[in-house]
Every structure is written in structure tokens, then in C-alpha cells.
Design a protein around this ligand. Structure first.
Ligand code: MHO
Length: 210
């Protein structure tokens, strides 16, 4: 929970960005998430006018805990990447970006495993990362926003983008969608005994009316 070093990044589209924001945010090793628009050329996309962009999630993670390949496998295991192209145009395109040769190799390895399991070839577009436009605040941690008590308590500690970008907000958003549970979040915080902040956040989570 005490992430000081910047992590590695993975960016992908797998349909409406609300759920994968919660799914990936619930995972150990994921430091923070945000949703946005990527893959297109249109300037300054918004939800109403995303142009040729796709709804995407960007997750920062600690490669010492979870690998890019693990997250790429989770990506394919968590949506239908076959024959969905064309539905809602490019908004819900299945796509996965790579930032370097190592990430591309990890993608190839996951695909090879998938093929060996006789899974149909995904229609996922695999693209070199070319930028990300963060979505409007109301789309960030969408499910967590339905929990006023948790939000109020988080707001006492974090403000604005710091809240949205916190590891705890990512986990609680996962909780709000049912991808994790309170005990797991508390355990993760309890494990970080050297950090006074983690201990404080643990007390905060315990106090939340959920
Ligand atoms: N409102 C849409 C999906 C929104 S997602 C941000 C629905 O629930 O069908 O694309």
C-alpha cells in the first residue's frame, strides 16, 4: 500500500469501462486505475463525443506482485473478445496496448496459451500505445460513487484526483461491484504493518457503513 515507485502500465478496452475499472482495481498488485478514451485520432474526446476512440482502462501495477502477462490473461478471461467488433462502433472495441517489446512478448505468450486451449482467436486489436485521454470524473470509480458513506470518509483523507487515484479507492470500487470483499481489503492493509498510513486506512475501512 505504500507505493512510492511508479509502477508499470497496462491499457486496454473491453466494453463499457466501468466494470473493468472495478475488476482490475480489486486485484493485489494493482496500484491505481483510471478510465478514459484511447486508440483513436479525435482530439479532446468526451463520453458524448468520443469519436473514433474506445472506452479504456489504464492500470498501474507493481510487477513484483502481478505481471503484465497475468493482467493480459485476466483481460481475455473477463470479456468476450470474439465477434463483438462493430457493436456500438469503436466505443466497445476489444483492444490491448503494449508499450514495449517485453509487453508485446507477454501478449504473444498469453495468446499462444489461449490457442493451445482451443479457444477461438480473439478479435482484439493489439496496438502500440499512443496516448490516453482521461474520462470525466463521474466515470472514474463509477461503482464506488454509489457509496456515499465510503466516499465521505475517503474525502476526509484524500481530495479530488488523489482520491480517484488511490489504491484504496480502486479496491473499494472493486468491492462495490462485488469483485472483492472487505476482509480481503482489510487483510491487505493489515499486512502493511510498517506503514502508519495503511493502519489508518484500515481503521477507516472498518468504520465504513457499506
Ligand atoms: N450506460 C451504458 C454503459 C455505459 S458505459 C460507460 C449501459 O449501461 O448500457 O459505456
Amino acid at each position: 500500500y505504500n507505493y512510492r515507485e511508479p509502477g508499470e502500465l497496462i491499457t486496454f478496452g473491453m466494453g463499457c469501462f466501468w466494470s473493468p475499472d472495478a475488476l482490475f482495481g480489486s486485484r493485489p498488485g494493482v496500484i491505481r486505475t483510471r478510465v478514459g478514451y484511447a486508440g483513436g485520432m479525435a482530439e479532446s474526446p468526451t463520453y458524448r463525443r468520443m469519436g473514433d476512440h474506445t472506452e479504456t482502462v489504464e492500470a498501474e501495477f507493481d510487477p513484483g506482485v502481478v505481471s503484465f502477462g497475468d493482467l493480459a490473461a485476466l483481460f481475455w478471461a473477463s470479456h468476450n473478445p470474439v465477434n463483438i467488433n462493430g457493436y456500438k462502433g469503436r466505443q466497445y472495441q476489444s483492444l490491448l496496448f503494449y508499450r514495449n517489446a517485453e509487453q508485446l512478448a507477454a501478449i504473444e505468450a498469453v495468446l499462444a496459451k489461449r490457442r493451445a486451449g482451443v479457444m477461438p482467436e480473439p478479435d482484439t486489436e493489439i496496438l502500440s500505445y499512443g496516448g490516453f485521454h482521461p474520462a470525466e470524473e463521474k466515470h472514474q470509480k463509477y461503482y464506488l460513487k454509489r457509496h456515499p458513506d465510503a466516499l465521505a470518509k475517503l474525502s476526509a483523507i484524500f481530495s479530488g484526483e488523489t482520491l480517484t487515484g488511490s489504491t484504496l479507492a480502486a479496491r473499494l470500487n472493486g468491492l462495490a461491484k462485488g469483485y472483492t470483499n472487505r476482509e480481503r481489503i482489510i487483510e491487505e492493509l493489515a499486512g502493511d504493518r510498517e506503514s502508519a498510513e495503511a493502519q489508518r486506512l484500515m481503521a477507516l475501512v472498518k468504520s465504513m457503513k457499506w
